[in-house]
Design a protein around this ligand. Structure first.
Ligand SMILES: Cc1cc2nc3c(=O)[nH]c(=O)nc-3n(C[C@H](O)[C@H](O)[C@H](O)COP(=O)(O)OP(=O)(O)OC[C@H]3O[C@@H](n4cnc5c(N)ncnc54)[C@H](O)[C@@H]3O)c2cc1C
Length: 327
């Protein structure tokens, strides 16, 4: 690993001051579960790392009828938080499935949302892809079993954060802090496609921190979250979905369907949402909504199977939200 300086600020202002506008020069570290692995593999080689665990909040507080989550909160604490589970069950469901207990004991909310892609070309120092300033994505002509089936190109990574998907579904807003002060960015605008931004996966500047996640009052939403993994491994899901339903008289009034591990961003399936509006949830309507969610999928040479896997995730998340599937 390349030698680096370590800064341990105790407040947000000092933490921001220790960052740099230069990409990957001075980088925040939460639990280090992603950043340290990249540093050991010579994928990311910062000159300075800035520990944000003593500088940022790690608690959940009431906020305008919803909740505000500090970015330094550990994933284990998020997954076990009673109010989060009561108000936003899909967030708890996603958090408890992240990695292993050891990983959740170290990982933070801010680090989870900002972790970098798991693409094996990106993670290998030998491959200088778009994400590392190169001029190609190796996956279309290479091994692409786990890559994007929606929204891909020119890079075909899938977004790695399990938390990002329910956060987007619940309409979270992220508070960012930088040298010019704070800014609030809806989760829907935070994550960016490679067509907009090739080097990174979001709008965070190199000298900004994600400090809080604000969740609006959930209202009378019913939620379902379903992840499909290879066997029962601790690895990232092959595809997953969060579904939120607002019901009226046994029929869906409005639906929110967001898929994970299928695209370079958490992917909102608007066609499925429109299809579900006004419908009674049955096995058949859930399956038809899942078909609609994947209608525009464009698989690469080795990942067409992910279309069916994603359909299963969407269908089962819908049935879970309707209280019809518990397994
Ligand atoms: C076997 C295995 C299975 C896993 N399965 C899953 C899974 O199913 N789902 C899932 O979501 N993850 C999974 N992970 C990944 C793991 O959850 C993440 O690496 C972890 O959540 C990252 O959090 P961290 O605090 O350790 O981040 P760090 O490694 O500290 O940081 C990650 C990145 O975010 C940046 N960063 C950190 N904090 C902030 C901040 N406050 N503001 C701005 N930028 C910041 C860092 O600079 C770095 O680039 C898995 C990991 C392993 C090893």
């Amino acid at each position: 690993m390349k030698a680096f300086a370590y800064v341990n600020p105790t407040n947000e202002k000092d933490a921001v001051a220790a960052l740099s506008p230069q990409l990957e020069h001075s980088m925040p570290i939460g639990g280090g579960q992603d950043l340290l692995a990249r540093m050991k593999d010579y994928v990311t080689q910062p000159d300075r790392i800035v520990n944000v665990k003593s500088a940022l909040e790690s608690t959940v507080t009431p906020f305008q009828g919803g909740l505000r989550i500090g970015a330094a909160m550990k994933m284990v604490d998020l997954s076990e938080h009673a109010e989060v589970a009561r108000m936003y069950p899909a967030i708890s469901a996603a958090a408890i499935e992240v990695g292993t207990p050891q990983i959740r004991n170290q990982a933070t909310v801010g680090g989870n949302l900002n972790q970098r892609p798991r693409c094996w070309y990106y993670r290998n120092e030998e491959f200088v892809c778009f994400k590392k300033g190169g001029n190609t994505c190796f996956s279309p002509a290479g091994e692409n079993q786990f890559h994007a089936i929606l929204g891909g190109g020119p890079s075909f990574i899938v977004h790695p954060s399990s938390l990002a998907v329910p956060m987007l579904a619940y309409g979270a807003t992220f508070r960012l802090s930088g040298p010019k002060g704070e800014r609030l960015v809806p989760a829907a605008d935070y994550f960016t496609l490679p067509t907009k931004n090739l080097r990174t996966e979001n709008v965070l500047a190199p000298d900004e921190l994600l400090t809080h996640v604000m969740l609006p009052a959930p209202g009378e939403l019913r939620s379902g979250h379903y992840e499909v993994r290879y066997k029962t491994s601790h690895d990232w899901p092959i595809a997953f979905a969060t579904v939120l339903l607002s019901m009226q008289g046994g029929k869906v009034r409005t639906a929110r369907v967001v898929m994970g591990a299928v695209a370079p961003v958490p992917w909102r399936a608007r066609a499925a949402e429109q299809f579900l509006a006004g419908k009674t949830i049955t096995e058949a309507t859930a399956a038809a909504a899942a078909d609609a969610a994947l209608r525009d999928a464009h698989p690469l040479s080795q990942n067409a199977y992910k279309i069916e896997v994603a359909k299963v995730a969407v269908k089962r998340a819908i049935l879970r939200a309707a209280g019809m599937q518990t397994a």
